[in-house]
Ligand binder design. Structure first.
Ligand SMILES: Nc1nc2c(ncn2[C@@H]2O[C@H](COP(=O)(O)OP(=O)(O)OP(=O)(O)O)[C@@H](O)[C@H]2O)c(=O)[nH]1
Ligand SMILES: [Mg+2]
Length: 393
């Protein structure tokens, strides 16, 4: 059929932990099909989706966060997303969670040690110390939860919204950033009615650029609906680029947009700088990064890209830190659950409730954190901890 190469990976140090045989044939789909048919006829079966990684997880080669990172590596569409996925694959998040669980178990063990000896209630200073432990754990969990936004931005891409008056050159700018004629451009104000979205690779970032309908009060029902949508995009934006025409007077902007510019990440792009006559005076220049561009000639575009990359870096972090993590939605839910339990444990400690209740909340928190890495053997860890725990006083 073909001349092929067989590669044998001996367990337990293979990807799945089992013996694996890989067949590399020539990349002709017809040959691949023939080889597969032959293997099926000999009693092999096709793997299910994710089966190799699933087996790797079940055989303890990967924890769940690393298994998820395999998916993130496959789906990564920018350098930043790939860096973050590779860090998670190498266990950056798994280690943070393991450390957290270890500290929590230590705290839990101290509390539970007193449960077996009811005559010796936990002394006041020990309660204080345990509450300090819980505060440190809660701070770490809060920090991890806060990386959720970063994770979303890496996976989905930063939303950059081009806003401005009709004819300012928003669509021309989108076309420049996209590198092709994505949007219709014309001298007629009100050309863009509905918003357009285009993914753009900007240095190490993947951003989603939105071109929107020009902001103005006049216009018919369709244009007004378009302006509504522009404002909605502005609300959701991670970064707003206000596009203004250098040859036009300062546009009057809706209050919502002015608030957005004052409080959120925004860049001012003064367009049509190739034209000689300049009228534009911007009242809030000091608060906005200002870039002079010409969507027509391409002048200033490199500078605009540089400013956008710098802003994006500031929003997502740079990922140069080896312990840098970015949790996903599943992790965030589990972290929130653990946080709830520890808050309750702290309240129980503060109000001097029985230690059984405190210990039970802590164990629930251990379970929630364990679900992040997919560890099911926490009972075993607890047993080991208790076995080594010195009560001998
Ligand atoms: N001279 C010059 N003309 C420009 C420049 N950028 C855009 N234009 C022209 O300005 C007009 C409007 O450009 P568009 O990109 O359609 O503007 P827009 O902001 O998308 O307009 P609406 O969709 O109507 O809100 C077109 O005739 C463009 O050719 C520029 O940098 N220099
Ligand atoms: Mg347009």
């Amino acid at each position: 059929m073909d001349d092929v190469v067989f590669t044998f990976f001996g367990g337990p140090r293979s990807y799945t932990g089992e013996d694996v045989l890989e067949i590399s044939c020539h990349g002709n789909p017809f040959i691949v099909r023939k080889v597969l048919d032959d293997l099926l006829a000999r009693g092999c079966r096709m793997a299910e989706a994710g089966e190799f990684t699933r087996r790797a997880f079940l055989n303890g080669r990967l924890d769940l966060t690393a298994a998820e990172a395999v998916m993130d590596v496959i789906r990564a569409r920018s350098d930043r997303a790939l860096e973050a996925a590779r860090l998670q694959l190498r266990g950056a998040l798994g280690r943070r969670i393991d450390r957290l669980v270890g500290d929590l178990l230590q705290c839990c063990a101290t509390v539970e040690a007193y449960i077996d000896f009811p005559e010796e209630d936990l002394p006041v200073e020990d309660r204080m110390r345990r509450r300090a432990d819980l505060a440190a754990l809660l701070a770490e969990i809060g920090g991890l939860r806060a990386t959720r936004r970063h994770g979303d931005l890496l996976r989905e891409g930063l939303r950059v919204v081009l806003l401005g008056a009709p004819n300012a050159g928003k669509s021309s700018l989108l076309n420049r950033l996209a590198g092709y004629d994505r949007a219709i451009v014309s001298e007629e104000p009100g050309t863009t009615r509905d918003f357009l979205e285009e993914p753009v690779l900007l240095g190490p970032h993947r951003i989603r650029v939105f071109d929107t309908a020009g902001l103005r009060e006049a216009g018919g029902a369709v244009e007004r609906a378009g302006v509504e949508r522009s404002l909605e995009r502005a609300e959701e934006a991670d970064l707003v680029v206000l596009v203004v025409d250098a040859t036009a007077p300062c546009p009057t902007l809706p209050q919502l947009v002015r608030d957005r510019l004052a409080t959120h990440a925004a860049v001012l792009a003064v367009n049509k700088c190739d034209l000689p006559e300049r009228h534009f005076e911007w009242p809030f220049t000091a608060t906005l990064a200002r870039v002079e561009v010409s969507a027509q000639t391409g002048a200033g575009l490199d500078e605009l890209r540089r400013v956008l990359i710098e802003r994006a870096d500031r929003i997502t972090g740079t990922g140069s830190d080896e312990e840098h993590v970015a949790v996903n939605a599943r992790h965030a839910v589990a972290l929130a659950e653990a946080e709830e339990c520890l808050r309750r444990a702290d309240r129980l400690l503060a109000e001097e409730h029985p230690l059984e209740l405190v210990g039970s909340e802590m164990r629930l928190a251990v379970g929630a954190l364990g679900a992040i890495v997919g560890r099911i053997d926490h009972e075993a860890i607890l047993d080991r901890l208790f076995a080594s725990f010195c009560i001998g006083k």
